[in-house]
Write a protein that binds this ligand. Structure first.
Ligand code: FES
Ligand code: FES
Length: 182
């Protein structure tokens, strides 16, 4: 039995530990958003996050993944609201969609470590193959996702109305006694 965490939940796989993670996810866990393209590490259709890194799951065995945190496209967001997912749709960077889950995973991993990637950084970080040729739209989509993600982070970091910056930063206000004037 191989224990790992998949999309935030503990999962025990009763499979040969040398089974590729791709097949454990697709066939045993029914997470079919992760795609089988080439099976030899070339296409990137099978990418998943393993402890935050985008890896080709056809090349990762269950034994390699033991005890690690795996996130598939189904776990990137509950409602397809991850900025990368929304930006790929908004920029029409999807045709048949077969490569899209792997690209979304690679892009999410990139934005987790580089909040504002250049076009060259995106091209270097997204090695995925796309038979439909969505490449020209990918850079714009991922830069759009970066802007949305940055805006979301600014909003979540902003103090709520009426909260001082010190309180928002976690400072505990001094307690007043009954005898103190307000
Ligand atoms: S199926 Fe894994 S890289 Fe192509
Ligand atoms: S959109 Fe069809 S393979 Fe990429």
């Amino acid at each position: 039995m191989t224990a790992l965490t998949v999309n935030g939940r503990p999962v025990n796989f009763e499979l040969d530990p040398q089974t590729p993670l791709l097949w454990a996810l697709r066939d045993a866990a029914n997470l079919t958003g992760t795609k089988y393209g080439c099976g030899v590490g070339d296409c990137g259709a099978c990418m998943v996050l393993v402890d935050g890194a985008a890896l080709r799951s056809c090349l990762v065995t269950l034994a390699d993944a033991e005890g690690r945190m795996v996130t598939t496209i189904e776990g990137l967001s509950r409602d397809r609201s991850h900025p990368v997912q929304q930006a790929l749709v908004a920029e029409q960077a999807i045709q048949c969609g077969f490569c899209t889950p792997g690209i979304a995973i690679a892009a999410a991993a990139l934005l987790a470590t580089n909040a504002s990637p250049s076009a060259d950084e995106i091209k270097a970080a997204i090695p995925n193959l796309c038979r439909c040729g969505v490449y020209p739209r990918l850079v714009g989509a991922i830069q759009r996702a970066a802007r949305v993600q940055a805006r979301q982070e600014r909003i979540s970091a902003a103090p709520a109305p009426g909260i001082s910056p010190e309180d928002a930063a976690g400072a505990v206000p001094a307690m007043r006694t009954n005898t103190e004037k307000p």
